[in-house]
Write a protein that binds this ligand. Structure first.
Ligand SMILES: Nc1ncnc2c1ncn2[C@@H]1O[C@H](COP(=O)(O)OP(=O)(O)O)[C@@H](O)[C@H]1O
Ligand SMILES: [Mg+2]
Length: 308
């Protein structure tokens, strides 16, 4: 299958001299849900904004359904719906007028039945005659989604769709993404919540400091990321690991006062019971132990260490 979005050697340096994207290569397949994961400032919004024609690319090329985003802007943009990170609405318009206008912008014939269905799916139908200024923050965000979908795009970009939204809207958003996928819409979302990528995506790209450092099927990535750590504090410090513990992946930390044990939290056999038995058999006494999940930041650091 040929890619619906093909990004080749895309780079961008803002006027400030800040390189926001460095030689990004990425292909998105039709119908997939792709999550672009990365910390603040990594370049997620810049990447999306370039594909959507809001920010000029520096170097490289982007094709959307075969259309060059610069030379063939209208054809390429017409394929895309964008829900931007920031709320942008004409606050004095009604919900209905806003979505109708958005559809018209793309030269699509009016289709009241489609817009009605769209507003109903987003729980906005009862608010269709309300002015946007009268709506709550969550409702305004729903309007942004309705606007993005008003022209029946084949591709939907959601830039940090659930940052700061309530649980109900987050759930509705996820349900909507699944429905759109069933209709064959390709979805690219950005997030810095790993849970969100885990919940939604078929594939995940990790971006850091403008570089796409990894693109992987979600299942494969989650197995790699599902690592936890157990930190064991010892009553008496050790100068070296006892030979009987050599088979465990242990690291001596805190000048011998602690042991770090990494394990796969998704694996049924974490090895912890065996480890504790071996520690006890070696005559070591524990002061305390705690386990912690690798944070996204640590995961990025580890990914970089691995030189992916
Ligand atoms: N219009 C701009 N002018 C100058 N620098 C910008 C502009 N927009 C973003 N940047 C910088 O580019 C980098 C990437 O930003 P952005 O794409 O918004 O990242 P993300 O969406 O991943 O948080 C950041 O360092 C940001 O400060
Ligand atoms: Mg952003």
């Amino acid at each position: 299958m040929s890619a619906i979005i093909a990004i080749k050697a895309l780079s961008k340096t803002y006027a400030s001299g800040h390189p926001a994207l460095k030689q990004v290569d990425l292909e998105i397949q039709p119908g997939e849900i792709f999550a672009l994961l990365g910390p603040n400032g990594a370049g997620k919004t810049t990447l999306i904004s370039i594909v959507c024609g809001i920010v000029n690319p520096g170097g490289g090329q982007v094709l959307v359904a075969g259309h060059d985003i610069v030379r063939d802007y209208r054809a390429s943009r017409g394929q895309i719906g964008l829900v931007p990170q920031e709320l942008v609405n004409d606050v004095f318009e009604t919900v209905w007028a806003t979505v109708k206008f958005s559809r018209g912008l793309f030269g699509k014939a009016p289709n009241a039945a489609y817009l009605e269905q769209l507003l109903k799916e987003l729980s906005l139908w009862d608010k269709r005659d309300a002015k946007i200024i009268e709506l709550s923050g969550g409702m305004k965000r729903r309007v942004m989604i309705a606007k993005a979908l008003a022209h029946e795009p084949n591709i939907l970009f959601l830039d940090e769709p659930t940052a700061g939204v309530d649980v109900e809207l987050r759930r509705d958003m996820w349900a909507m993404v699944r429905r759109l996928r069933e209709r064959g819409v390709t979805i690219i979302l950005t997030t810095h919540y790993i849970e969100e990528a885990e919940e939604m995506a078929d594939r995940i790209g990790v971006i850091r400091k403008g570089e796409l450092i990894l693109v992987e099927d979600k299942d494969v990535l989650m197995r790699r990321l599902g690592r936890k750590e157990l930190i064991l504090h010892l009553k008496e410090p050790l100068t070296s690991l006892p030979a009987s513990l050599a088979d465990f992946k242990l690291e001596l930390i805190e000048s011998g006062h602690g042991l770090r044990y990494g394990f796969d939290s998704q694996h049924d056999d974490t090895g912890i019971p065996r480890l504790l038995a071996a520690i006890s058999a070696a005559g070591l006494e524990l002061r305390d132990l705690k386990s912690k999940e690798s944070s996204l930041e640590e995961i990025f650091v580890n990914l970089l260490k691995e030189g992916v």
